[in-house]
Design a protein around this ligand. Structure first.
Ligand code: MN
Length: 232
């Protein structure tokens, strides 16, 4: 048996809807731009750029339903409501047609972003890690098995802040559907059970402040709610 100099931290995990068991998280991949209207609001031409990925640490994932402290180093914390894909079977160079057989289930996630740090990173050609991968930057709803809901390719995706709707789109608006996202991701890394993929956010992203209540919904998949707490 392997011995360690201190006790390893608990395995990061996500709740599963209707089950006591939890989904063990291995890695978190995120699609940079996957809805044309959001690409445009960020100043990019959605037709010219293939999708790209960034990552968050596995322990950036946290259960939804609670309070997430306003993170340090930012004055411009943004929400990004996203469909989350949970990989149950690993593989490399997965074809789009085979992608669904690798998906365990789905959830609703919020890709919290320190937008001011991201803007600075873009301007200076620096990595996005500090903008995207801070503590508790990836709240996720309880996952729902594909065995229960199938593989959604259409359905409303919405997010409201303090009961005001800020994002309202449809999964069908994704430039790269889930099958392509899984396939493309697997050409760069060998996907493994426990990997999560945040599939990009629709238009309407914006700033949130301590005390704000966020509610997201993906039709036929899951709801998510978080509250932003005082500064960490
Ligand atoms: Mn995002």
């Amino acid at each position: 048996m392997t011995s360690f100099v201190f006790a390893p931290l608990p395995q990061p995990s996500v709740a599963i809807s209707g089950m006591a068991e939890r989904f063990p998280v291995r890695r978190v991949f995120c699609v940079g731009r996957n809805y044309a209207a959001h690409a445009r609001e960020m100043g990019k031409d959605p037709d010219r750029e293939p999708p790209f990925f960034f990552t968050k640490p596995a322990d950036a994932v946290c259960d939804a339903g609670g309070v997430i402290p306003y993170p340090p180093l930012t004055e411009d914390l943004h929400f990004e409501m996203e469909l989350v894909v949970a990989i149950g079977r690993g593989g490399a160079d997965i074809s789009p047609d085979a992608a669904e057989s690798h998906i365990w289930g789905y959830g609703a996630g919020i890709d919290l972003t320190r937008r001011d740090l991201q803007k600075m990173a873009k301007e200076m050609g620096r990595p996005w890690d500090w903008a995207k991968g801070f503590d508790r930057s990836a709240p996720v709803s309880p996952l729902v098995p594909a065995a229960r809901i199938g593989h959604p390719t259409t359905g409303r995706i919405t997010l409201s802040v303090n009961d005001e709707v800020r994002q309202d789109a449809d999964l069908a608006d994704q430039i790269w559907p889930v099958r392509d996202v899984v396939s493309l991701c697997s050409t760069s890394v060998t996907l493994a059970p426990g990997d999560l993929i945040f599939t990009g956010t629709p238009a309407g992203v914006g700033a949130i402040r301590p005390g704000d209540r966020l509610k997201g919904m993906i039709e036929g998949v899951a709801d998510i709610a978080i509250e932003i707490g005082p500064r960490a």
